[in-house]
Write a protein that binds this ligand. Structure first.
Ligand code: PRP
Length: 216
């Protein structure tokens, strides 16, 4: 039997994701060992391999078949636009993709002015402003601490994820418009889905059961 490879997202989601997989009988505790520098782990009983990758890289590994399955945020899936199957909402890592800024910027969103939008998600921002709102904007790509941008005058608003809202609050910003809800999703390589259909469907069903039990 071939090994099935699962790509997980490094960072805050990794622990919750592993706990869900563990509950579904897919165990690989080593993945979360903070002392290891090993990049890939194997469960020989299950004939499965696991690795942690940077969020935006997970759909890339899955599209190219370097991983058969991936766990990735919906934000990343939308931004990357890879050819993959999105098969399951894990109901974890829930947050919202929003347009945020100082409350005075609300008017700029209804007057169709050419405004500056800073974001880690240029594709999502472009799609929202150009296709949904039909407002021409200048999009500025940043790589983190996006909330800084309107404070120092780099942009009028930002497009970013909001989870608890505390980063916005502590920086005097607020949600101006909501784009869409976000959560972690299971994604599958299109060829693997055909070649390893039975194993992958069994795995999806096992994780789906955990999602239901968790009430997510
Ligand atoms: C994310 C996001 C916001 C923050 C939202 O940043 O970009 O800045 O979390 O969370 P909150 O609503 O609970 O405050 P992240 O921590 O991933 O780091 P980043 O600034 O490098 O993007």
């Amino acid at each position: 039997m071939e090994y099935l490879t699962i790509a997980l997202t490094k960072g805050r989601l990794a622990k919750t994701t592993m706990a869900m997989l563990e509950k579904a009988g897919i165990s690989c505790k080593e993945v979360l060992d903070p002392d290891t520098r090993k990049l890939i782990f194997q469960n020989d009983d299950l004939k499965m391999r696991f690795f942690l990758a940077k969020g935006p890289d997970v759909p890339t590994y899955v599209e190219y078949g370097a991983a058969d399955i991936g766990i990735s945020g919906k934000d990343i899936i939308m931004e990357e636009g890879r050819n993959i199957y999105e098969v399951l909402d894990l109901g974890i890592g829930k947050c919202r993709m929003c347009v945020c800024g100082p409350k005075e910027a609300k008017d700029l969103l209804s007057h169709y002015e050419q405004i500056r939008v800073a974001t880690k998600y240029p594709k999502i921002a472009k799609d929202y402003f150009y296709n949904a709102k039909r407002q021409t904007v200048e999009i500025i790509k940043l790589n983190g601490s996006i909330e800084l941008s309107p404070i120092v005058g780099l942009s009028d608003v930002i497009v970013d994820i909001v989870e608890t809202g505390s980063t916005l609050k502590q920086n005097g910003l607020c949600v101006l418009e909501e784009i869409c809800p976000i959560s972690a999703r299971m994604i599958v390589n299109q060829v693997s889905m055909r070649m390893e259909n039975e194993r992958i469907i069994t795995l999806i069903k096992a994780v789906e059961k955990v999602v239901r039990e968790n009430g997510n």
